[in-house]
Structure formats: structure tokens, C-alpha cells
Design a protein around this ligand. Structure first.
Ligand code: HEM
Length: 199
């Protein structure tokens, strides 16, 4: 579990502005967790070649744990993206002989929370692909290859925007997204400890 005080602080101040639907609440309540993750992977963005293997190991560890933490059945909009991402990461890690740490999964994360993380993370991957290309990396791993996620993202945003920001469903989804981000924080930390990279 990440104990970053800045993250907790950001979350508390975001909560003081009342969001008017569930998507707005997720953005407000999890902005700090996402920014902290962005920071955890900052070394990769600054020097992609030096940290590529560790970045892929952390993504594989985090996504595997996220997938195992989902309350079943999976959200149908994200399921095919999730299995394609896992498959691509598995191929990348196998081809590059990258050891992957094991992150202990949680249980019962709401399928909408998992879908928000799975599909939303592809938005960031677009940015990272451009960074990799600009760095002159010769072989771009499969994980960064474009995926057709835009319709799924629009559909998910419409579904979340139609839900109330308060109540048991909203709390369940929001807790799931925060727990999901924590899995990726654990993945980054474990990878850092085992490889000495991402520091
Ligand atoms: C180096 C790592 C990462 C970077 C640089 C990054 C960057 C970004 C950027 C730039 C966006 C906004 C794109 C846009 O508005 O067009 C975004 C969105 C998002 N990212 Fe990340 N990301 C990273 C990792 C992750 C990970 C590991 C996850 C979750 C597992 C994640 C979850 C999300 C979500 C859910 C959104 C959508 C937020 C919303 O609009 O509601 N990101 N990311």
C-alpha cells in the first residue's frame, strides 16, 4: 500500500469539491494516485532505453494483479482489451527474458473500476509510445502498439457520467480504482527493489 502523504493530501483536497457524477468523482478522487504513479515511472520517461525492461515488468505485474483482483464477470467493454494487453506483455517479457515480480492481488474490485483502469491506461500509453519513438528505440515492444480503445472509452465515460457521484455503487467503484492504482504502485516498488531501476 502506498503511504505517499502527497497522494493522500491531493485526495483529501479533491474531495472538498463536490463532483456531480461518478466519472467526475473518479477523476477528482484518484488524480493524486495517478500523478504519483506518473512520478514512479518518471525515470522511464526521462530515459526509456535504460528503464524499458523494468517498465514492462512493472506493467505486467500490475496488470496481472489487477486482472486477478476483479469481481467477475469482467466488464465486457474492457475484457478483450485486457486480455490483449496481457497477451502482448507476456510476449514482450518472454522475448526479452524479463523477470516479472508477483504482486499479491486484492479481491472483489468492481468491474467498472477495473474497466476504468484498463481502458484509461491506454490513453497514457499513447503518450509513452510517442516518447519511445522520439527516443530512437529500435524495436517498440508490442505493449505499445496501438489498440482500438476509443469507442470503449467513450462508452465507459458515458456510463460513468450517468451514475451518481454518491452512494454505495459510487463508493464501491471509487474504492476499486484506488485499490487498482495501489497494485501498480506495489508493482513499481517491487520492480525497483529487484532491478534497481525506475529510481
Ligand atoms: C508512465 C505511466 C503513465 C503515464 C505517463 C500516464 C499518462 C496519462 C495521460 C497523459 C493521460 C491523459 C490522456 C488524455 O487526456 O488524453 C492518462 C489517463 C489515464 N491514465 Fe495514465 N499514465 C500512466 C500510467 C497509468 C497506469 C499504470 C494506469 C492504470 C493502471 C493509468 C490510468 C489512467 C486512467 C484511468 C486515465 C484516464 C483518466 C480520465 O480521463 O478519467 N495510467 N494517463
Amino acid at each position: 500500500m502506498n503511504q505517499n502523504p502527497n497522494w493522500q493530501q491531493a485526495r483529501q483536497s479533491a474531495q472538498s469539491v463536490a463532483p456531480n457524477n461518478l466519472l467526475a468523482r473518479l477523476r477528482a478522487d484518484t488524480r493524486g494516485a495517478h500523478e504519483a504513479l506518473d512520478q514512479a515511472f518518471a525515470p522511464f520517461q526521462a530515459d526509456p532505453a535504460a528503464h524499458l525492461r523494468s517498465f514492462l515488468a512493472a506493467q505486467m505485474a500490475g496488470l496481472t494483479a489487477l486482472s486477478s483482483s476483479a469481481r467477475l464477470p469482467h466488464n465486457t467493454a474492457s475484457l478483450s482489451l485486457l486480455s490483449e494487453m496481457l497477451d502482448r506483455l507476456a510476449q514482450d517479457c518472454q522475448q526479452m527474458a524479463i523477470p516479472v515480480p508477483v504482486v499479491r492481488p486484492r479481491s472483489g474490485l468492481h468491474p467498472l473500476a477495473v474497466a476504468y483502469l484498463v481502458i484509461g491506461s491506454r490513453l497514457g500509453t499513447e503518450v509513452l509510445r510517442r516518447t519511445l519513438v522520439a527516443s530512437g528505440t529500435e524495436r517498440i515492444p508490442l505493449y505499445f502498439a496501438p489498440q482500438d480503445y476509443k469507442a470503449a472509452w467513450q462508452g465507459l465515460c458515458a456510463e460513468l457520467s450517468a451514475q451518481s457521484a454518491a452512494g454505495p455503487l459510487a463508493d464501491d467503484v471509487c474504492d476499486g480504482v484506488i485499490a487498482g492504482f495501489e497494485l501498480f504502485h506495489s508493482a513499481a516498488r517491487l520492480t525497483r527493489e529487484t532491478t534497481g531501476k525506475l529510481t
